[in-house]
Design a protein around this ligand. Structure first.
Ligand SMILES: C[S@@+](CC[C@H](N)C(=O)[O-])C[C@H]1O[C@@H](n2cnc3c(N)ncnc32)[C@H](O)[C@@H]1O
Length: 209
């Protein structure tokens, strides 16, 4: 059954102060060369044209369990069983990269907790802090589950001719250990140690402690 959305076509529990995106937004500071590269199909990306609007596979849920490390925030949960390797949804936000025209400009995205790398060489990222879709509510598995049950991977939208990032249920892999995500389970990825190390150093805690 599709996930109920409110009268404005927003997913349930979508925050009123955050614009809901149905396609990627591009920073006006994006260099032409970077923009061109983001419109060139990479070798390893999967072709996906994600459906627009609220995703029927997931729901945004406020977290009130005191032992949950993101208590008081929200998370993204499966509304049906999802098989290993299933594409769930695209990670939408503002696509940005350092500008060669104004390299001295302050990076407006440096402190975002919603900034996902798209292309390391280009420094291109997708920031869902100011605007995005349900994928911005995916929490890191640490302190919640034993391991991630989902992963971010690059996609290529053949219709828009755009690179992007998608969220998949972890595949079965060589070991065949990838498991389905059960209805009601929280969708959890690994942000990578860099995310948490960056936070520790920003807070003045020595990295690695
Ligand atoms: C991309 S947001 C995830 C959605 C967020 N929970 C919300 O409601 O907006 C990343 C932020 O969620 C929180 N978070 C995610 N995973 C966490 C975890 N395993 N432990 C503690 N906080 C977590 C942190 O505050 C982090 O900066």
């Amino acid at each position: 059954m599709p996930q109920k959305s409110d009268t404005h076509g927003l997913p349930k529990n979508w925050p009123s102060h955050t614009p809901y995106l149905t396609t990627q937004s591009f920073s006006p500071t994006l260099d032409q060369a970077v923009a061109a590269s983001l419109r060139t199909r990479p070798k390893d990306a999967q072709d996906i044209t994600a459906a627009k609007g609220p995703c029927a596979l997931v729901k945004i849920t406020p977290i009130s369990t005191p032992t949950h490390p993101a208590c008081g925030q929200a998370g993204l949960f499966a509304v049906r069983d999802l098989k290993p390797g299933t594409f769930i949804l695209q990670y939408l936000g503002v696509v940005h990269a350092p500008s060669t025209a104004a390299p001295e400009k302050r990076d407006l995205h440096a402190e975002s907790n919603y900034d996902l790398s798209l292309d390391r060489e280009l420094g291109a990222c997708i920031d869902a802090d100011a605007m995005g879709n349900e994928a911005r509510f995916i929490n890191d598995y640490r302190g919640i589950g034993n391991r991630p049950n989902a992963e971010f991977k690059e996609i290529w939208d053949p219709r828009k001719r755009e690179r992007g990032m998608g969220v998949w249920v972890l595949g079965e892999g060589k070991s065949g250990k990838g498991k389905a995500i059960r209805k009601g389970e929280e969708i959890l990825v690994s942000y990578g140690r860099g995310f948490w190390d960056g936070r520790k150093s920003a807070e003045g805690t020595p990295v690695g402690s």
